[in-house]
Design a protein around this ligand. Structure first.
Ligand SMILES: *[C@@H]1O[C@H](CO)[C@@H](O)[C@H](O)[C@H]1NC(C)=O
Ligand SMILES: *[C@@H]1O[C@H](CO)[C@@H](O)[C@H](O)[C@H]1NC(C)=O
Length: 357
């Protein structure tokens, strides 16, 4: 039979025709099937398709390996943001924004060790080598941290006094201890050593002006790749539009750092609410910004300059995934009930245009 088929194929090739039957081959030898499994395994139509093209199960060294009619599987274009291949520099949508499996949802304002592992702490150094924490950023890939432009646009007075960005610290929990551990039922558990970077390049949005909060967004390229772990992970960007419900809960996290002072040595979190832009009309917000806050006003000052405003969505596996929808911008004063965040969705194209390999 095999010989006969081979003969027919040669005959068809000679006659410059293609065979109309397809080959039943191991799924591991079928690139298009593997592409479905890699990119679309959560899509119900993928399961239906793979069932349709399934053509056998072979015992290969004790393991059952499926076979498929490989050339009956249609290829597909990967989802790209406006055809932008830079999306490949970002983590895949199922590899971002998910906290370590063991991470408990803690009550109160303190975070757990593995909470918000994309949070970056910025250390500044002034001309007399004085070090200070001043702003935050959010890890969006193994090489880039997103932050507010106002954290990186120094005038000569502030550069002298506070200095400029010197180090980007990932995996931090308690800034007052070298290794951070929390007690658990059986002994304690601890974070990995910090990952510390220097800024390789800084990209401030060209429309940012220091006299207003418009386009308050900037990217920092790290001098080397970050290593992902339970304590260091990238967040998801809103590559697809995210619709927020009125009063939907949003999260902010940080060490309580404003331009002027640091309020905590431990990473804190707060739950705030999405508000209509009217609630921020005092500051004159537009669609490039998001207004969020709380009715009590108690939590808004936890928003740390440059830090993340996050919303959660469920993944197809029903994990909670965090998406970076905003960057702490202005108005985040203690006692105020609302604050302005840069609307990250508005700047996705700028982010993709700016990042590189
Ligand atoms: C650097 O910061 C320290 C602490 O705030 C301050 O005492 C010092 O004067 C600053 N240096 C300059 C050159 O402004
Ligand atoms: C944020 O920007 C996106 C894209 O421009 C827009 O669709 C969305 O409505 C904006 N969000 C707010 C709260 O204005």
């Amino acid at each position: 039979m095999i010989k006969y088929q081979a003969f027919i194929v040669i005959l068809l090739e000679v006659l410059n025709l293609s065979p109309t039957w397809s080959a039943c081959i191991f799924i591991s030898d079928c690139p298009v099937a593997l592409k479905y499994i890699d990119k679309r395994r959560h899509d119900p139509t993928t399961v239906a398709l793979l069932q349709k093209v399934h053509c056998g199960l072979v015992n290969k060294g004790g393991r059952l390996v499926p076979k498929v009619w490989c050339d009956q599987i249609p290829d597909f274009e990967e989802n790209r943001q406006e055809g932008n291949s830079k999306v490949d520099l970002l983590p895949k949508q199922d590899e971002c924004g998910v906290q370590a499996a063991g991470s408990k949802i803690t009550q109160g304002e303190r975070t757990d060790l593995e909470d918000f592992p994309w949070l970056a702490l910025f250390q500044y150094k002034n001309r007399t080598n004085h070090l200070a924490y001043r702003c935050h950023g959010t890890l969006i890939s193994d090489r880039y941290v997103l932050t507010a432009a106002h954290c990186l646009s120094y005038n000569s007075a502030s550069r002298g006094k506070l200095g400029s960005l010197d180090k980007i610290i990932l995996g931090e929990y308690d800034t007052s201890t070298a290794r951070d551990c929390l007690p658990q039922q059986w002994g304690g558990y601890c974070t990995d050593p910090l990952q510390i970077f220097s800024p390789e390049t800084i990209h401030i949005h060209p429309d940012f002006g220091t006299d207003n909060a418009i386009s308050d967004i900037a990217l920092v390229r790290l001098n080397k790749k970050a290593t992902f772990s339970d304590f260091v992970k990238p967040i998801c960007l809103p590559l697809e539009p995210i619709s927020l419900k009125r009063h939907e809960p949003l999260f902010i996290s940080g060490w309580g750092i404003t331009e002027k002072k640091t309020s905590s040595t431990i990473k804190l979190k707060a739950r705030i609410l999405y508000l209509s832009n009217d609630a921020c009309s005092l500051y004159g917000v537009d669609r490039t910004q998001i207004c969020a806050g709380s009715n009590t006003g108690a939590d808004t000052c936890r928003g740390d300059s440059g830090g993340p405003l996050m919303v959660t969505r469920l993944t197809p596996d029903r994990d909670v995934k965090n998406i970076l929808i905003g960057i702490v911008s202005y108005g985040s004063k203690c006692g105020g009930s609302s604050a302005i965040y840069t609307n990250v969705s508005t700047f996705i194209k700028w982010i993709l245009d700016t990042i590189h390999e």
